[in-house]
Design a protein. Structure first.
Length: 256
């Protein structure tokens, strides 16, 4: 039976974490897959842990709660990667824990991902323009253009046309997850911080020439809690990080 790891980093998600876990039960076939859920507690100070404990009473998954002492989405993933890899899942699915991603076709996506030996996958959110304000949508469009042009002009990857380059819903093969989070040579050059992690996934897909699967995922606007992402601060941070990586990659190619 295929072993599937679902990774849910969270920081103060008391309003959504229980519903996120219940939603996951609907989207993944537990008769077909052995599902391990990794709940990465990123210094939560609310009742998130109590919500998880309440869910665990009747959990239909193998739950693994991992705590981390450094704040930030990138930080918690890098710090917890080795513990996650100890479970040796065939593939890993990464999602935000705010119950906004609704992967109704997840079983089909998993089958496609495995059958065609994809390395990495990016879930493209549907109707994003209707569920975000103009600034978010415009910022997303800019980053889509940046990453798409970079992949085509520098790496000659005409297949990598990003429509949702900052999506938080990703899939990794076991080998690629290990390369991304344990490969010290790559990390020391462009290791991300905070919300730069999605840009990191795009860049490493290009540099390592990974076989990428784009797939649609339904998305709903966050209603019961506020987003941790600050549009201007984090947008500027992601842009600065992306440009820094761009120059590193250009220099690397010039030296070949």
């Amino acid at each position: 039976m295929l072993k599937v790891g679902v990774i849910l980093p969270f920081h103060n998600e008391q309003c959504d974490i229980y519903n996120q876990l219940k939603s996951l039960e609907k989207y993944i076939d537990r008769d077909k897959y052995n599902v391990c859920v990794f709940l990465l507690d990123n210094l939560s100070s609310d009742s998130s842990l109590s919500e998880i404990k309440f869910y665990s009473i009747c959990s239909k998954f193998n739950l693994n709660l991992i705590s981390n002492e450094r704040l930030g989405k990138s930080e918690v993933l890098f710090d917890c990667a080795e513990k996650i890899l100890n479970h040796n899942c065939h593939i890993y699915i990464l999602s935000d824990a705010d119950n906004t991603y609704l992967p109704h076709d997840l079983n089909t996506v998993i089958e496609n991902f495995v059958a065609n030996s994809y390395d990495i996958g990016c879930g493209e959110r549907l109707d994003l323009r209707l569920k975000h304000n103009f600034i978010n949508v415009f910022g997303g469009w800019v980053f889509n253009k940046i990453f798409s042009l970079e992949s085509q002009l520098i790496f000659q990857r005409k297949d990598l046309v990003f429509k949702d380059s900052l999506s938080g819903f990703r899939i990794f093969s076991n080998n690629v997850f290990k390369r991304i989070f344990i490969n010290e040579d790559f990390q020391t050059k462009i290791k991300p911080k905070g919300f730069e992690i999605e840009a990191y996934f795009n860049l490493i897909t290009m540099e390592l020439n990974l076989k990428n699967l784009f797939f649609n995922v339904d998305y709903k606007k966050r209603v019961s809690s506020t987003s941790k992402l600050k549009v201007f601060r984090d947008g500027y941070s992601i842009l600065k990080y992306s440009l820094k990586c761009y120059w590193i990659i250009v220099k690397k190619f010039q030296n070949k």
